[in-house]
Design a protein around this ligand. Structure first.
Ligand code: 5AD
Ligand code: SF4
Length: 471
């Protein structure tokens, strides 16, 4: 096995656990000794999907899911390294867990931060039991059985195919199609934490989606760090269609699947075949997440993003022509080294011109080991925060205006779950990815309903079913 033991077995968590089990045996005769686990996930949808697959592997090995971290025998933190603050949050949580754990609890860190920091995590968290990198997470059940402290960070061929299991089949499901990224944007740690691009075969993905459809899933979101690069280098183009577009067409043909989404693409992946697909594939939702990062060509160049603002806007225009009613969302970083007021104004202009309905706004966070590290972090935090606030305000106005245009309209909503507050209140999304709250019943879960929109806020729409609620 490609693992390095980092501490002697004498500290092994299995020994601690066995001791605890004996104590339990003494006090609860005949009680189940199944070990329970809890996975806390930080970061993107890829991480959520990975956590779900690790959970499925653990359940298959006889572990049970705990409702929270306090009651679990094993707590795993699936971590994110994209910004410093995400890493600090997970380290803080691990510290808390390790400080207050009983003698039995196993604490592990997996995913991007495990890969990024590796054994160095032991300097801050010397009692950590597991450090499991992004291509070793499928081995967690084995590591737990070994009962030793383990740091496993090796790259593994085929690891992209190893995390495909799931415990639930929700109305809207994430499907991982690839991992890794070859792009090398200068600010980004992902190529270091997730490695080179590795794609799953089309047949495997189609089989997974068919299975989901048979279990009642109606919507799939195809996931990867750069989905538009799916299969490049391993799957041949066919009739000028990229592997990603071939995959979209194969999923369009699956009975029972009503909606297809994907995230995250790269603007350079929007060539004619993908733009045409938006006009032709009915199930492809009219919502494109198109990371812009900056509206200044100078900054895009420094970020090593291989497009200009005019090229980006051309893609948006061609998509709008290919399919009416597409809503765009984006990622923007403010405060990248060298971004002056003029560059920031250019971002604001592009933001207005495209008219994004949603955006993830980030303050630049210097990541050690990225190409941009040498540029330092010269823009003061207060200035980054100011730029961030300007964009937040713009986004709020734009989202509210966009949501208000829906008032009085009937929209199609896939019912995803009960709302956190309110009796008989449920939520779902429109094809454009707008969140809608409405009255419904459990029988409506997973159904596509027509909802008449009565009011709107910056974050959601509120409405009522057009047809009477089935009880
Ligand atoms: N600082 C701030 N934001 C970043 N992102 C990636 N790296 C950084 C960084 N170093 C943002 C980008 C990317 C999103 C997932 O996170 O906008 O698209
Ligand atoms: Fe990071 Fe750029 Fe790859 Fe996205 S495309 S994961 S921002 S390197």
């Amino acid at each position: 096995m490609n693992t390095n033991d980092i501490r002697p077995v004498i500290n092994g968590f299995l020994a601690r656990h066995e001791e605890q089990c004996l104590q339990e045996r003494e006090t609860h005769f005949g009680a189940s000794l199944q070990r329970s686990f809890y996975i806390k996930t930080y970061g993107c949808q890829m991480n959520e999907r990975d956590s779900e697959s690790v959970a499925a592997l653990l359940v298959a090995r006889g572990y049970v899911r705990a409702g929270n971290e306090d009651s679990a025998d094993i707590v795993l933190l699936n971590t994110c390294s994209v910004r410093e603050v995400a890493e600090q949050k997970a380290i803080g949580k691990a510290c808390l867990l390790l400080n207050r754990r009983g003698s039995n609890k196993v604490v592990g860190i997996m995913g991007c931060m495990a890969q990024n920091r590796g054994e160095a995590l032991l300097e801050t968290l010397p009692d950590l039991d597991l450090i499991v990198g992004t291509q070793q997470m499928h081995r967690i059940p084995d590591f737990l059985e070994q009962g030793e402290s383990i740091c496993a960070l090796e790259e593994e061929v085929d690891s992209q195919n190893a995390l495909a299991g799931r415990l639930d089949t929700p109305p809207s499901a994430f499907v991982s199609i690839m991992q890794g990224c070859n792009m090398g944007c200068s600010y980004c740690i992902v190529p270091k934490t997730r490695g080179r691009e590795l794609s799953r075969p089309i047949t495997d993905i189609v089989a997974e989606v068919q299975q989901l459809a048979q279990s009642g899933t109606k919507e799939v979101t195809l996931l990867g760090q750069i989905v538009t690069s799916y299969g490049l280098g391993s799957i041949a183009f066919q009739n000028k269609q990229s592997p990603f577009v071939q995959l979209l067409r194969a999923i369009e043909a699956i009975d029972g699947i009503k909606r297809i989404r994907f995230t995250s693409p790269h603007p350079s992946g929007f060539r004619a075949d993908l733009i045409e697909a938006f006009g032709e594939l009915n199930k492809l939702c009219p919502n494109v997440h198109l990371p812009l990062q900056s509206g200044s060509d100078k900054i895009l160049k420094a970020m090593k993003r291989p497009y200009t603002v005019s090229k980006y806007r051309d893609i948006v225009d061609r998509l709008k022509t290919s399919r009416t009613g597409i809503c765009f969302s984006t990622d923007i970083i403010v405060g990248f080294p060298g971004e002056n007021e003029e560059d920031f104004q250019a971002t604001l202009e592009t933001f207005d011109a495209v008219g994004f309905d949603m955006a993830y706004l980030f303050k630049y966070s210097l990541r050690t080991g990225t190409p941009a590290e040498v540029l330092g972090d010269p823009i003061p935090e207060e200035e980054k925060e100011r730029r961030n606030q300007v964009l937040i305000e713009k986004l709020a106005q734009r989202s509210l205006a966009s949501h208000r245009t829906c008032v009085g309209q009937s929209v199609e909503v896939l019912v995803e779950g009960p709302a956190k507050r309110g009796n008989n209140r449920y939520w779902g999304r429109t094809p454009e990815f707008k969140k809608v709250f409405f009255d419904a019943s459990n029988a409506d879960l997973g159904q596509l309903l027509t909802i008449e929109i009565e009011s709107a806020t910056t974050t959601c729409l509120l409405g009522q079913q057009v047809s009477p609620i089935k009880q």
